[in-house]
Design a protein around this ligand. Structure first.
Ligand SMILES: Cc1cc2nc3c(=O)[nH]c(=O)nc-3n(C[C@H](O)[C@H](O)[C@H](O)COP(=O)(O)OP(=O)(O)OC[C@H]3O[C@@H](n4cnc5c(N)ncnc54)[C@H](O)[C@@H]3O)c2cc1C
Length: 459
């Protein structure tokens, strides 16, 4: 119970698009039974429903603890930025050359998949296909970038390497617009309004038969003798033929075995505008990842209206474990984040010098970090009718969509009695994302180690 989403979360810029749909309930009462119950109405829950409904004849119910799409998806940076090189060597060490490439190729495939979804369904969500620019300001980050880029380029299984360009020296400064940037790396990325994307997908799913119930937290589940589940909520219980946990950071609230595997981590984000309406915002041609040392990173997208969504402020988070680790409270801000974000653009980009900015929205959100940094996707090994699509490690935009498509295919095939190993559909996601007995019994949790506070560089 202590890991359920809290009441009164901070309001993100994206949530300015909220309307009556935020508290939507398809029916005044919960149904007594549903063939599939999806818990969570974020990016993962919504897209799973989207892909499931056309291929599944049974009833589908979605239970959401708070307003529709009020978790991480509604409070993120809107940045669809695949990691095409920076984690290559870590992944290669753990999953081999082909395994590392599988993850990179999968993330890269999200750019096209998202464009197809947005254009195919005619979703108005400010989607822009662009190039990301990673700026590596600290020596260790720059060295790591060069090493990973170099090895990624040698990996014969990586299909998208020609999309990635590394630049050093003066040219890096000009491309990045950041003084003192020794290395920058650019590649195709996307940006969008995540709340608009998800609510558009959900509205279509509701029209296609989804029963959506907001403000209905799942507080416990119980496996019944016939393999179905009793799903308990404060509004009554529902019997579910199959259960999908699209609960990301909060997954332990429904499945306690994820308590030390998917850990809620609090993050911060903001929306930045010039102080004076007369000031024309200098448009940045890239989206950005700005990396200092270690896990100290900021990220931003330049919106089509000239404003900027900027997240990170990890200098104010990672040195203070109590502020972020195992924290589900997104009703308060990270101390220091507002001031950090307000003056950021002018200090960071030489094209913004002289343009005073302020953060007109600052918010917090809860990310689901995992013990081995990768999401958990598929049925639980010992409970074949309980599926999980969660634990996106603060990096869900280039991972969730195709995981959801695969999970929906797997569930529909399983319901139709089609078996396989891996389960049908799940062959389409990286093997390292699938849920195995080994992953479920592993006890090592390297989250804190990977978030070691870094030396504070001058901004
Ligand atoms: C500040 C911040 C910035 C980020 N920036 C980026 C970024 O720029 N790019 C990127 O790729 N990723 C980013 N992320 C991560 C990204 O937002 C997530 O990976 C992604 O949104 C996960 O989607 P989801 O549907 O799995 O989770 P969520 O959107 O969190 O959805 C889970 C839903 O489940 C509901 N729920 C949970 N427990 C229960 C329960 N017991 N009963 C009923 N409902 C329940 C929650 O209320 C929530 O609505 C960021 C995250 C944060 C917080």
């Amino acid at each position: 119970m202590d890991v359920l989403p809290v009441a009164n979360p901070t309001k993100s810029f994206w949530l300015t698009a909220e309307d009556d749909f935020a508290t939507f309930r398809s029916t005044p009462e919960l149904p007594a039974e549903a063939d599939v119950v999806i818990v969570g109405s974020g990016y993962a829950g919504a897209t799973t429903a989207h892909y499931l409904l056309p291929q599944f004849k049974g009833s589908v119910l979605m239970l959401e603890a708070r307003n529709v799409c009020s978790g991480a998806t509604a409070r993120n940076g809107g940045h669809l930025k695949p990691d095409l090189y920076y984690s290559h060597n870590d992944f290669r060490e753990k999953y081999g050359e082909a395994g590392a490439a599988e993850i990179i190729n999968f993330e890269h495939a999200h750019l096209q998949a998202m464009k197809e979804l947005v254009e195919g369904e005619q979703i108005d969500c400010d989607f822009v296909l662009t190039r990301a620019c990673d700026v590596h300001l600290h020596g260790t980050a720059a060295e790591r970038a060069v090493a990973n880029y170099t090895e990624m380029c040698k990996n014969p299984h990586v299909r998208c390497k020609q999309d990635v360009q590394l630049t050093q020296g003066d040219a890096a400064r000009v491309i990045s617009k950041v003084d003192g940037s020794p290395v920058c790396v650019t590649y195709t990325a996307g940006q969008l309004w995540p709340y608009k994307l998800v609510t558009a997908v959900l509205r279509k799913a509701v029209a296609a038969g989804l029963n959506l119930q907001t403000n209905t937290p799942v507080v416990a589940t119980e496996r019944l003798g016939d393999g179905r589940y009793l799903v308990r909520t404060p509004r009554g219980a529902v019997v579910a033929g199959r259960l999908v946990l699209a609960t990301n950071a909060y997954t332990a609230s429904v499945e306690p075995r994820f308590r030390n595997k998917i850990v809620p981590i609090k993050g911060a984000c903001s929306h930045i505008v010039p102080v004076s309406a007369a000031d024309r915002a200098p448009h940045l041609t890239n989206t950005y990842g700005i990396r200092f040392a270690g896990a100290d990173t900021d990220y931003l997208i330049n919106r089509p209206d000239g404003s900027v969504v900027l997240g990170g402020a990890k200098k104010h988070i990672f040195p203070y474990k109590d502020r972020f680790y195992n924290v589900v409270d997104d009703s308060t801000l990270i101390p220091g984040s507002e001031a950090y974000f307000s003056g950021y653009l002018e200090k960071m980009f030489y094209t913004w010098k002289g343009v005073a900015t302020h953060a007109d929205h600052v918010w917090s959100g809860i990310l689901g970090y995992t013990d081995d940094t990768l999401p958990y996707v598929g049925a639980l090994p010992d409970e074949p009718r309980k599926y999980v699509i969660a634990g996106f490690h603060g990096h869900g935009m280039p991972r969730v969509l195709l995981c959801a498509r695969a999970l929906a295919g797997s569930l529909a095939a399983d319901a139709a009695g089609v078996a396989g190993d891996p389960a049908p559909g799940l062959a389409d996601i990286p093997a390292a994302f699938r849920i195995t007995p080994d992953r479920m019994t592993a006890t090592e949790n390297r989250i804190l180690q990977s978030l070691q506070p870094a030396p504070v560089p001058k901004l």
